[in-house]
Design a protein around this ligand. Structure first.
Ligand SMILES: Nc1nc2c(ncn2[C@@H]2O[C@H](COP(=O)(O)OP(=O)(O)OP(=O)(O)O)[C@@H](O)[C@H]2O)c(=O)[nH]1
Length: 229
């Protein structure tokens, strides 16, 4: 399944068919697909965060991810339809081994997740960053750091200032959120939409398809970036 996904990603565009009202079929509408991998220790809430963004709710129950799960959501930004494809990767080493090289192919952005109630998951972050380096992820791809489970206020182990220092050192925005709390729904949305905005502006040229089927390359306007950290 991973290799099938990759071949579609290598094309960078997806198609959906459209029927002309007058003369048969129009060429398929195109939308860009962006692959975002979500990585971090087991149990930090990667599945819940991706589920929350793609299905707008907290999952009833989760099991440890084996290999990788895919979730996808289409969003519209400044009139352009973009598909955000989230690769929810296994945190447990034994469930990653055979798949790990697939995660890192054609990645457009990375979300590093730690559990705010688990200091060990925060201390693992350098190892996750190192894994990205080893798989030759370009330095300039957008990355964000997410501290999850902020709803468990009395159990917080990772202070915000420590996480912020780490985020600054690695030039990433920091988001503290909860995949579970209904109050944080907008926040989870904001994390992935911030990335989507960044990705949209990542490529300086975009393809547009006017009715006469001439493909025109035109510069993309810069979106306004907002950071919620
Ligand atoms: N209180 C609280 N619990 C959460 C939150 N997010 C996830 N959980 C719980 O944390 C546990 C692990 O969540 P998952 O999303 O499966 O964690 P994961 O990082 O995908 O784990 P692996 O698949 O093993 O890598 C589950 O019991 C979730 O219900 C959150 O924001 N708040």
């Amino acid at each position: 399944m991973a290799s099938e996904m990759e071949s579609s990603l290598e094309a960078s565009f997806s198609s959906s068919s459209a029927v002309s009202k007058t003369a048969g079929f129009l060429p398929p509408a195109r939308s860009r697909i962006f692959k975002i991998i979500v990585i971090g220790d087991s149990n930090v809430g990667k599945t819940c965060l991706t589920y929350r963004f793609c299905s707008s709710r907290f999952p009833d129950r989760t099991e440890a991810t084996i290999g990788v799960d895919f979730r996808e959501r289409a969003v519209e930004i400044d009139g352009e339809r973009i598909k955000i494809q989230l690769w929810d990767t296994a945190g447990q080493e034994r469930f990653r081994k055979s798949m790990v090289q697939h995660y890192y192919r054609n990645v457009h952005a990375v979300v590093f997740v730690y559990d705010m109630t688990n200091m060990a998951s925060f201390h693992s972050l350098p190892a996750w960053i190192e894994e990205c380096k080893q798989h030759l992820l370009a330095n300039d791809i957008p990355r964000v750091l997410v501290g999850n489970k902020c709803d468990l206020r009395s159990a917080i182990q990772v202070p915000t200032d420590l996480a912020q220092k780490f985020a600054d050192t690695h030039s990433m925005p920091l988001f503290e959120t909860s995949a579970k709390s209904p109050n944080d729904n907008d926040h989870v949305e904001a994390i992935f939409m911030t990335l989507a905005h960044k990705l949209k502006s990542h490529k300086p040229l975009m393809l547009s398809q006017p009715p006469d089927n001439v493909i025109v390359l035109k510069p993309e306007p810069k979106p306004v970036m907002t950071c919620w950290c």
